[in-house]
Design a protein around this ligand. Structure first.
Ligand SMILES: Cc1cc2nc3c(=O)[nH]c(=O)nc-3n(C[C@H](O)[C@H](O)[C@H](O)COP(=O)(O)O)c2cc1C
Ligand code: SF4
Length: 637
């Protein structure tokens, strides 16, 4: 341990600023077991909601959710107004970014508080779906006090919708109505009844009127006991038809449920627009494909990604895709956080695997075609690129969340397309049920529970136990080529070498990829900056310390390969080091031959020799000497 610490603290050779290599590409993906809930108190009989009255001396929190910004604007207006009404300035929180919803809506950390919620409604998938599901789940959990929100002084909801387009079939502001209903069912008292406004017509009038009434109510509060009686009577007992509750994704949805389920990314949704603007092709309603920068680079003879150095994947033959754009984490480094759909259960329509594969290939080839006129594209590589040979299931979202992932993989393999599947270690049931992949990854974004909570912001309450269960499954999957992918985020998860060694000892993966985080630019919700991006020499120091730690525990791993350009180093089990040569590459033809023969086989049965230019410490540092390195648009001398 002392030695490791010393290594990490060792001053490294100074590298001139302009030559320092920052990490590139950072995409990790993120299914289902029922959530264990925080037990508050067994449900016996209803407790009467008696507490403080809501008044100007109460603490107020204004929550909003938004996709296109209007609810945020109105929430801000409300905040400005109530700064002058309340004795303490209210808190203003974006509900979509609240890490622990339970802190507010299961066991409120500020009893006596008032919650005001300004909420839009979306017929299509939106972050509010997850919030409403959580409220509903809390309400239906028999172990939880039936009125956990009775300690609040009160709440009120203002819904923003569009009555011109969604005035029919009770769709106008339907999500605000649902939140209002479930908060009432959970024992919170209405300070003022639900307000609604149509964004195209009456919003300003309705909102001002709402603020006026709310202010007046807080100045002249109704005694809590009177409100408690009203809250108690607020249990119509009927179930809500518009919230889909698909508890078990393995369980086929009933025909009626299927017809009612939302599309994860509908064509008219803001999420669809955001994704397509960012270069994604949305396939069907929940899958995506995007041509990555390394595919473009390889087409131009400027180098492949680190997977070429480590495993022999030519980037111009690789397609990056995901059959589930939804994820069960909200990782700090995820630049799509806020727009990507999240959830712990599959509650969307399901597209058939063939349609996804055909659509992904079509989308990929369309983007390849667009490269025709780009200067430097090599004719031979361009022609080859129309036969995809590898599929990286690591775009965004969580591929094993997709209910037909095994059929999808079989279809890939039938076309002799290798599969590199990255999962977020949150779905042990699906991981255990996963059939053969060419290489199976789990993302390990932290070495301990608390920092994992901070880095991945998981939706599951038992996220750590889920991760541990996934590592045990990785250990059992000895017939698979398994990989841990560690992404180092400075000041978040890049220090605890011993902790990571514990996790490696638990799963004993064939390989450990260690990669520096890529900075994806600032967004208003981003908590990271360039300061969190490790320099390559810091990544090297970490991996060297990790190797020493593993060796000291008798775990035979060695520093196999590197791709300095991607800030990435590979640790491999020593069984891949044969006669003083590394065999981290893959014999793809052999993999398909073994797969089709139906015999049992393991990771050692389809290895291929690693070229010396990819070795850790080699002069080329993982850059294929056949290609030409370019930086800032110019070849490197
Ligand atoms: C794809 C889409 C679906 C919508 N569905 C509904 C709906 O079901 N009911 C409703 O009242 N308004 C609906 N609206 C209108 C939005 O709720 C309204 O534009 C609101 O201002 C959006 O708030 P935001 O800007 O805070 O995201 C929808 C809007 C879009 C773009
Ligand atoms: S939140 Fe999901 S999609 Fe985003 S990086 Fe994390 S695992 Fe990937």
């Amino acid at each position: 341990k002392e030695e490791n610490r010393a290594k990490l603290n060792e001053p490294k050779k100074k590298v001139p600023e302009k030559e320092r290599i920052m990490a590139v590409d950072f995409t990790t993906p993120a299914s289902t077991i029922k959530k264990p809930r925080k037990v508050v108190k067994p449900k016996t009989q209803k407790t009467k909601a008696i507490g403080e009255s809501a008044s100007t001396s109460s603490r107020m929190t204004i929550f909003y959710s938004t996709l296109t910004g209007s609810s945020e604007r109105y929430a801000q207006k409300l905040h400005n107004q109530f700064k002058h009404v309340m004795e303490n300035e209210p808190d203003l929180l974006n509900l979509d970014y609240v890490d622990d919803i339970d802190e507010f809506f299961l066991s409120p950390k500020t009893p006596g508080a008032i919650y005001i919620l300004v909420l839009p409604s979306y017929e299509t998938e939106c972050p509010l779906d997850y919030f409403i599901d959580s409220l509903k789940e809390t309400y239906n959990d028999f172990r939880i006090d039936s009125r956990p929100l009775s300690s609040l002084a009160g709440f009120s909801v203002f819904g923003i919708g569009d009555s011109e387009s969604w005035g029919q079939e009770d769709k106008f502001c339907y999500q605000a109505k649902l939140v209002d209903k479930y908060l009432g069912k959970l024992g919170a008292r209405r300070v003022f009844p639900l307000g609604t406004g149509c964004i195209k017509t009456t919003i300003d009038e309705s909102f001002d009127e709402y603020i006026e009434h709310l202010t007046s109510e807080l100045h002249n509060p109704t005694p809590a006991s009177e409100l408690a009686d009203i809250a108690d009577s607020d249990d119509e007992g009927e179930d809500d038809p518009s919230v889909m509750d698909v508890e078990d994704m393995g369980k086929p949805m009933r025909v009626k449920e299927l017809a009612e389920a939302k599309q994860m990314v509908a064509k008219d949704s803001p999420t669809y627009k955001a994704l397509t603007k960012q270069g994604y092709t949305v396939v069907g309603s929940h899958s995506g494909v995007k041509i990555c920068r390394w595919t473009k680079s390889a087409l131009r003879g400027r180098g492949s990604c680190y997977k070429f150095a480590f495993y022999g994947i030519k980037s111009h033959l690789c397609m990056e895709t995901t059959p589930s754009l939804s994820c069960s984490n909200k990782c700090v480094f995820c630049w799509r956080h806020g727009t990507n759909p999240v959830g712990t259960t599959w509650r969307w329509q399901v597209d058939p695997p063939k349609a996804i594969l055909d659509g992904a290939l079509e989308g990929h080839y369309k983007k390849i075609k667009m490269m025709k006129g780009v200067p430097g594209v090599q004719a031979a590589r361009f022609a080859e690129a129309f036969t995809v040979r590898h599929c990286a299931l690591s775009l965004v979202g969580e591929p094993i969340f997709y209910p037909h992932i095994n059929e999808f993989l079989e279809m890939l393999h039938a076309k002799h397309i290798s599969s590199f599947l990255v999962c977020n270690a949150q779905h042990p049931t699906e991981l255990a049920a996963l059939k053969r992949v060419t290489q199976l990854y789990v993302s390990i974004d932290s070495s301990d529970k608390e920092s994992l909570r901070k880095v991945d912001r998981p939706l599951y309450r038992d996220f750590w136990e889920r991760l541990e269960a996934c590592l045990d499954i990785i250990r059992e999957k000895r017939t698979h080529r398994t990989v841990y992918r560690l992404t180092l985020v400075k000041n978040f998860n890049a220090e605890d070498v011993e902790g990571y060694a514990d996790l490696i000892a638990r799963g004993e993966p064939c390989f450990v990829e260690v990669k520096g985080m890529t900075y994806c630019g600032t967004s208003k919700n981003s908590v990271l900056s360039m300061e969190n991006v490790p320099y390559y020499e810091e990544v090297q120091a970490f991996v060297e310390a990790l190797e020493t730690e593993l060796q000291s525990r008798g775990l035979e791993y060695g520093l196999a390969t590197e791709h300095a350009h991607s800030c990435c180093v590979l640790l491999a089990q020593k069984r891949f080091y044969i006669n003083e040569k590394w065999y981290t590459h893959i014999d793809y033809a052999k993999f398909f031959e073994l797969l089709e023969s139906g015999t049992d086989f393991g990771p050692m049965d389809y290895i291929a020799e690693t070229p010396s230019w990819a070795y850790y410490g080699s002069e080329e540092a993982g850059f294929n000497p056949v290609d030409v390195k370019h930086r800032r648009g110019k070849p490197v001398e």
